[in-house]
Ligand binder design. Structure first.
Ligand SMILES: Cc1cc2nc3c(=O)[nH]c(=O)nc-3n(C[C@H](O)[C@H](O)[C@H](O)COP(=O)(O)OP(=O)(O)OC[C@H]3O[C@@H](n4cnc5c(N)ncnc54)[C@H](O)[C@@H]3O)c2cc1C
Ligand code: FES
Length: 238
């Protein structure tokens, strides 16, 4: 069990939860969270939004969707929450300049990805594109760590994305947006996409989160959630 430090709405239906935790976590990895006894049956997956090892603070950014996230939103400081993880394979450590593209709640894993990248590669540049359907949220922390932040509301963010020579792309958002990003970026640039699938076990056992890849079916929870663009077979839907 971990202890919640804070949990509050940053926008209607969008919450930020800080939890006391220390350990090693790679940007893009996720935890299975549970703040209830039997109902809902399954824990819920959430990626790491931010992590500060000095203060031992792990931050999640989440949207209230159904029963699990509603229960999470009702928790307060000093309440307990079950954290299982980190799980999965996160974003790789790349040496080039970086372009980061997030859509809606897909912004969640990208803040820690940018922070970690800038900490490791101080001279490298990061340009961030954040796309929202209606209202923007969670933009400010990106302004603090990235070199450039482009926000788009109501449009198609993948149409705004510019990728320059030698840049690598990280993306997270709805799978349809990930496909559009995969199609939009010229083949010479490496593209790493964090995918979303409904999960049950979260550790590669139930095979409920399969995606088709050039090496056969893989599990988003255990083999991903981050995949290189060229691994994925999009035909027929992920
Ligand atoms: C690896 C991973 C990381 C995630 N990280 C985050 C995060 O950082 N922040 C965040 O807000 N959400 C994240 N999610 C999604 C989050 O896990 C779900 O929104 C959550 O499980 C919903 O639980 P619930 O009980 O509130 O809703 P439920 O009652 O389970 O579902 C409510 C609605 O949401 C839909 N839904 C539930 N789970 C998913 C899913 N995985 N993909 C698409 N639709 C879904 C259902 O179809 C249903 O319509 C992540 C999902 C994965 C797989
Ligand atoms: S959620 Fe069970 S294998 Fe991925």
């Amino acid at each position: 069990m971990a202890v919640i430090k804070s949990n509050f709405a940053i926008e209607e239906g969008i919450y930020q939860m800080e939890v006391a935790w220390t350990g090693d976590v790679t940007p893009g990895q996720f935890f299975m969270l549970r703040a209830w006894d039997r109902d809902p049956l399954l824990s819920r997956p959430f990626c790491v939004h931010d992590y500060d090892p000095e203060s031992g603070t792990l931050t999640f950014l989440y949207q209230v969707k159904g029963k699990g996230t509603k229960l999470m939103s009702e928790l307060g400081p000093m309440d307990a929450i079950q954290l299982d993880g980190p799980h999965g394979n996160g974003f790789p450590d790349v040496k080039s300049n970086l372009v980061v593209v997030g859509g809606g709640m897909g912004i969640a894993p990208l803040l820690y990805a940018v922070r970690d990248f800038k900490a490791k590669h101080k001279r490298k540049k990061v340009r961030v594109y954040l796309g929202y359907s209606f209202e923007s949220y969670g933009v400010e922390p990106f302004n603090d760590v990235a070199d450039d932040v482009i926000v788009n509301i109501g449009g198609i963010i993948t149409e705004k994305v510019e990728v320059k020579r030698g840049e690598t792309v990280f993306g997270c958002g709805p799978n349809v947006m990930m496909r559009a990003l995969a199609d939009a970026v010229p083949p010479k640039h490496p593209v790493y996409l964090s995918l979303e699938k409904r999960m049950a076990c979260g550790m590669g056992v139930c095979l409920g989160c399969s995606v088709k890849t050039v090496d056969g079916n893989k599990q988003v929870c255990a083999d991903g959630p981050v995949f290189e663009r060229d691994e994925l077979i999009w035909e027929g839907g992920l």
